[in-house]
Design a protein around this ligand. Structure first.
Ligand code: SF4
Length: 120
């Protein structure tokens, strides 16, 4: 973690993130149906999904999960495990906070979760 990143998060924010992460996990475990495909590979696809996310209230976390196509396991487009699209290898993942910093998401996540915005 960079010094700036470490200094910018309070203990209260960490507790709140842990709590929200557990809620999101519960939603997904309880069968929340998310839009896993089509993946957002082209800029047009990304823009379309981003535009939908931008219509949501910031606290509408479960709708964010749906539109971004969250899964509790890494999505894999084939059968090579090297192709896993897990949060832990995504450019938007903050490893020490277990947090997704994509501006339209800004959600606590787990390293093995996944969504349509995965980018290496
Ligand atoms: S954008 Fe990346 S870090 Fe954020 S939820 Fe999707 S896969 Fe995970």
């Amino acid at each position: 973690m960079s010094e700036t990143e470490a200094n910018s998060v309070s203990p209260e924010q960490i507790v709140a993130a842990d709590s929200l992460r557990a809620v999101l996990e519960g939603n997904l475990e309880n069968g929340l149906k998310t839009e896993i495909e089509p993946r957002a590979y082209s800029s047009e696809e990304v823009n379309e999904i981003v535009a939908r996310l931008q219509t949501l209230e910031e606290a509408d976390h479960s709708k964010k999960l749906v539109i971004a196509g969250f899964t509790l396991e890494a999505y894999n487009p084939g059968d090579d495990e090297d192709d896993d699209q897990a949060c832990e290898t995504c450019m938007y993942y903050l490893v020490h906070r277990k947090f997704c910093e994509l501006p339209e998401l800004m959600l606590p996540v787990e390293e093995n979760w996944s969504c349509r915005f995965w980018r290496i």
